[in-house]
Design a protein around this ligand. Structure first.
Ligand code: PMT
Length: 424
């Protein structure tokens, strides 16, 4: 596919040194360009002024500054492309009068007269033909209705609805949480992910909608020395590559230094280390440690598709099981049949919590976020208005795997209340 991507803000000048613009960093658009390139497509990236306007290797960069320049660049690359992904935050207005010299305070500019810029998507709509056009909608209110309105008005195939009032999504952050609204009226809510992961899913959606397959640059070679010729190793490598995505599924837990959200792969690794260290506190004296480690390594893999459901999110839990079953069907089927069945069984054992190993693994899965919440001063509890009774109720089953760890968790909860960062 030939993919045209726009990124970053535009600048609309008042005089040679002053302009109107917005907070777009270009991170989302550059991530889309990288994802399209990594999936084997030709990419042209039209970028407004952003801090590091370095084109991703292999991508042709067209630098622009104003909305008018961006329109001209889109128009001249339109015939070439099969798909246009418009993630740029194009300024909607520009000063009606541009001073060719720097205005002085003494000029006493009483008011700034603005005029609308051309709407790029609307302008090029008549030339769409069979191309796929995807817009982005940056909204602070009425996310879905506004996104649908823009999708219809601009004649798009899909629009990425972006709630930019969130601190972990939208402008100038590494993560994004979006809803993909398609022209058939469907809305897919995607979990909080890195912008790279959002971009990859988006490009995959474009491929599917156009009936195109990705052809990434470095496929796993078939028939390596010593590898069986039945494709077994290729399927195992495909799975290993797929689960790399777990590193882009973000949890609602801050790292203990509070610097950013933790991802699912980091969480799973932490549980594995805890299992090794804390085995002596399991209720079951003859615990199979290797089995516990396998359970915790596998337990969140389905979140690659299903996303992380925040443990106090009541609505999210209503369809969690269905989302995770569908994810399990897809992800574990990537492996050769015998291994897929074993890994799926591990995931089911963890979910069922019927074996001592699963109960201990589940205890660790609850204690670890408790530690994170405690050591970050309860920021996430406060953000979601969580109180100590909810925390106790949600974590009670720690006791089934380890009474000692439950006592420890209880003392953390009491201390958090005492310190004032968990509501009594
Ligand atoms: O760059 P980042 O810091 O990573 O932030 C990413 C982002 C928040 C900028 C991005 O995810 C996003 O939401 N981009 C769209 C921002 C925007 O301008 O939205 P809008 O709702 O105003 O516009 C709707 C669509 O029309 C967009 O695809 C936009 O590119 C397009 N548009 C807007 C104005 C205009 N004059 N011409 C256009 O074509």
């Amino acid at each position: 596919m030939r993919v045209l991507v726009t990124a970053g803000p535009t600048r609309e000048f008042i005089d040679p040194v002053r302009f109107i613009s917005n907070r777009s960093s270009g991170k989302m658009g550059y991530a889309v360009a990288r994802a399209a390139r990594d999936r084997g497509h030709e990419v042209v990236l039209i970028s407004g002024p952003v801090a590091a306007r370095q084109p991703p290797h292999g991508v042709r960069l067209v630098p622009v500054v104003t909305a008018a320049e961006m329109l001209a660049a889109v128009e001249s690359n339109l015939d070439w492309c099969d798909a246009l992904l418009m993630s740029a935050a194009v300024a909607d207005w520009r000063p009606a009068d541009l001073s060719d010299r720097k205005l002085k305070k003494a000029d006493r500019l009483a008011e700034l007269r603005l005029e609308p810029t051309a709407d790029i998507l609307l302008t090029i709509a008549p030339r769409k033909g069979s191309r796929t056009f995807v817009g982005f909608a940056a909204e602070t209110h009425n996310l879905l209705s506004e996104a649908r309105r823009k999708l219809d008005r601009k004649g798009l195939d899909a629009i990425v609805a972006n709630d930019v009032s969130r601190s972990d999504a939208g402008f100038d952050v590494e993560t994004n949480q979006v809803v993909l609204v398609t022209k058939d009226g469907l809305a897919q809510e995607w979990p909080l992910m890195s912008k790279a992961a959002v971009a990859e899913r988006l490009v995959a959606w474009v491929e599917t909608s156009r009936g195109v397959t990705a052809s990434p640059g470095k496929p796993v070679p078939a028939g390596l020395d010593g590898a069986p010729a039945d494709g077994r190793l290729t399927r195992q490598m495909d799975f290993i590559r797929e689960i790399d995505k777990l590193k882009c599924v973000f949890r609602r837990t801050l790292l203990m230094d509070g610097s950013r959200y933790e991802n699912d792969a980091e969480h799973s690794w932490h549980l594995a280390v805890m299992a090794v260290l804390l085995k002596e506190y399991a209720n079951e004296p003859n615990l199979d440690l290797e089995q516990v480690i396998k359970l915790v390594l596998v337990h969140d893999l389905v979140e690659i598709d299903a996303g992380d459901t925040y443990c106090y999110d009541v609505a999210g839990h209503l369809d969690k099981a269905a989302r995770e079953q569908a994810a399990a069907d897809r992800i574990f089927a990537l492996l050769p049949g015998d291994q897929g069945a074993v890994i799926r069984r591990l995931w089911e054992e963890f979910e069922e919590r019927e074996t001592p190993e699963a109960r201990f693994a589940a205890a660790l899965d609850r204690v670890q976020p408790l530690l994170h919440n405690y050591f970050t001063g309860g920021q996430i509890w406060a953000k979601h208005g969580i109180g100590s009774e909810q925390v106790r109720e949600r974590n009670q089953h720690v006791e089934d795997g380890s009474r000692a760890l439950w006592n420890y968790a209880e003392s953390l909860i009491r201390e958090a209340v005492k310190q004032g960062f968990l509501k009594p």
